[in-house]
Design a protein around this ligand. Structure first.
Ligand code: GAP
Length: 556
């Protein structure tokens, strides 16, 4: 059935109409993927638990992410506290600007995001109060008493930035290098109502790549420059297909390194099961960009009820964060970049006139000369200079110095690296993977629901099923096969209850790619029937070869 342009259908068990979102969430709760947290106490919006299958699927998504970023890109993973001291978030700007406008209804006392509603309360039509800014960080205190404030991190990134000096030493004072972190982030969202899309506690997988600002490129860009992606550049009405090299040349994507990471994000999302025709990259509008970013692209996926939803942000954070932490902590966060060969540069210097300063200042003359030499001539000009010398003010008149041009050999320069950051929201990706994998079809007059998860991320890799009413010998073989496959490192279920058709349907619904049936032929020739989830085709495989066969089919 069609309503509001979405698909609805009658559920076989329940007698109401559900859209795909409700159907996926109902399946996810019923089959142990996820459910609202603290349910026995009525739950609280913005928190979800991952059940046995959900936790396994989420781990597989994270594992694949590590394969891309830790193994593929050679980045290192670290783990930092989820609670951070106030100084971090004051320096990063979160304390001042990580806010949403909020408004309270004067009648029902509900809070709403002021930019999401109209003039009156959407719940009771009551009058709304004044709009004020609400900081989204959860505040706590470190230690007894309330002297030391701490905040649950709103992004995993800050833990990496404040570790920069130690990381730089680990990488023997050389950039570029990349650091990743997978962990919880917390945002006290005002009214989260969209399942896994807007949570108050969620998982991020972030990479922070520290680079020379003059070298925003990647050795792998050449291999991907001809790839074509769907981009929605700032100001465009419709998404269009762009060759990556063209998008960089035309200035649509700021540089090759950002383009490379947009493509890597595309590769990861499709490898995890996001369908390519429901994936696009949207550039942030200037007024939408986070306070730290100079360019930012969101990977957006199309969801049935919710429309286009951001699942990954890929930003050029420039030197914003390191500069801010350097200023606040007074710790030098620069890197010395040695040139390939020393450069001769011409620069202006202040040359103190000793013949005037010496007789005039006597024993203070040496210190005055040193102070003048350390000054920047562009800041001084040819004006009078007032120096502070042990609490006294000393006036240096223009006849005591001159500005001269000198040639100097320099072997490198100190600079603050820029940061490129792909930031993945694992929970949103998890939901999108479920929805894009969800399918229903009619088979022999019955509705078949199949979660077409890619075999590489399915929470259960295979299920062993002895024929119904099987003799003891069949059950024994089935148990042996089950044990053997687990010993070979596979995650395999055993299910002996209900008709074989019912058991297949149960596995289809949770996305198990292979069902292994032990039947009477097994006793004769030591082979089993393997059924493919998507095509329902069946092949026979020798028990001896089953483990290797599954490993290869699962792409392990
Ligand atoms: N360090 C950059 C950063 O945190 P972000 O765009 O605010 O950037 C990155 O967040 C990703 O985290 C988003 O693309 C989204 O997938 C996920 N995310 C953000 N807020 C979320 C929330 N309240 N619930 C679930 N996921 C969220």
């Amino acid at each position: 059935m069609d309503r509001d342009g979405r698909r609805y259908f009658n559920h076989p068990t329940f007698n109401w109409l559900m859209d795909i979102y409700e159907e996926v969430m109902e399946l996810a709760k019923r089959r142990g993927f996820l459910w609202p947290s603290f349910e026995i106490y009525g739950g609280t919006a913005g928190f979800y638990d991952y059940g046995p299958l959900g936790a396994a699927l989420k781990r597989n998504i994270e594992h694949l992410w590590r394969r891309f970023y830790v193994i593929g890109e050679g980045f290192y993973e670290i783990e930092t506290p989820i609670i951070g001291v106030e100084e971090i978030f004051r320096a990063s700007g979160h304390l001042a600007s990580f806010t949403d406008p909020i408004v309270e209804c004067k009648s029902c006392k509900e809070f709403f995001r002021a930019d999401h509603i109209g003039d009156r309360c959407p719940v009771c039509d009551g009058e709304l109060g004044d709009v004020f800014e609400f900081n989204l960080m959860f505040k706590s205190f470190i230690g007894p008493g309330s002297k030391r404030a701490g905040y649950l991190r709103p992004e995993t990134a800050q833990g990496i930035f404040v570790d920069f000096p130690r990381l730089l030493r680990f990488f023997r004072e050389k950039i570029p290098f990349g650091i990743v972190q997978i962990g919880k982030a917390f945002r006290n969202e005002i009214s989260p109502r969209q399942g896994l899309i807007r949570l108050r506690e969620f998982t991020q997988a972030e990479a922070e790549i520290f680079v020379n600002p003059q070298e925003k490129t990647h050795p792998g860009f050449d291999l991907v420059k001809d790839e074509v992606l769907t981009l929605l550049p700032r100001g465009a009405d419709e998404p269009t297909r762009w060759r990556l090299a063209d998008a960089v040349r035309e200035g649509i994507i700021a540089h090759e390194l950002l383009a490379y990471h947009i493509h890597l994000t595309y590769r990861f999302l499709t490898a995890v099961g996001i369908s390519e025709d429901r994936l696009r990259f949207r550039q942030h509008m200037l007024d939408e960009m986070a306070h730290y970013a100079s360019d930012c692209w969101d990977a957006e996926v199309l969801l049935d009820r919710l429309g286009w939803i951001e699942v990954v942000g890929i930003a050029d954070r420039t030197d914003y964060d390191l500069k801010a932490h350097q200023e606040a902590s007074k710790v030098d966060l620069g890197v010395f970049m040695a040139y390939d060969k020393p450069k001769v540069i011409e620069k202006r210097k202040i040359k103190p006139k000793m013949e005037v300063i010496g007789p005039r200042f006597k024993q203070d003359a040496k210190r005055i000369v040193a102070a003048l030499e350390a000054m920047d001539p562009d800041e001084v000009g040819d004006q009078e200079i007032v120096l502070e010398l042990e609490g006294r003010e000393v006036t240096i008149t223009p006849d005591m110095f001159e500005c001269v041009k000198v040639r100097e050999e320099v072997s490198g320069e100190r600079l603050i690296p820029h940061v490129i950051e792909p930031s993945f929201g694992i929970d949103r990706i998890f939901y999108a993977v479920l929805e894009h994998a969800f399918s229903e079809e009619e088979v022999e007059g019955e509705r078949r629901v199949v979660l077409r998860l890619l075999p590489s991320i399915a929470p259960i890799q295979a299920c062993v099923l002895p024929l119904l009413g099987a003799r003891d010998e069949l059950v024994k073989v089935a148990r042996d096969v089950h044990r053997q496959l687990r010993r070979q490192g596979l995650i395999v279920e055993y299910d002996a209850s209900g008709t074989i058709g019912r058991r297949y349907r149960r596995q289809d619904e949770i996305g198990t790619p292979f069902c292994i049936t032990i039947d009477y032929e097994t006793l004769e020739d030591d082979t089993v029937t393997v059924r493919f989830r998507d095509s329902m085709e069946q092949v026979r495989v020798a028990i001896d070869e089953l483990g290797d066969w599954l490993h290869s089919e699962l792409g392990l």
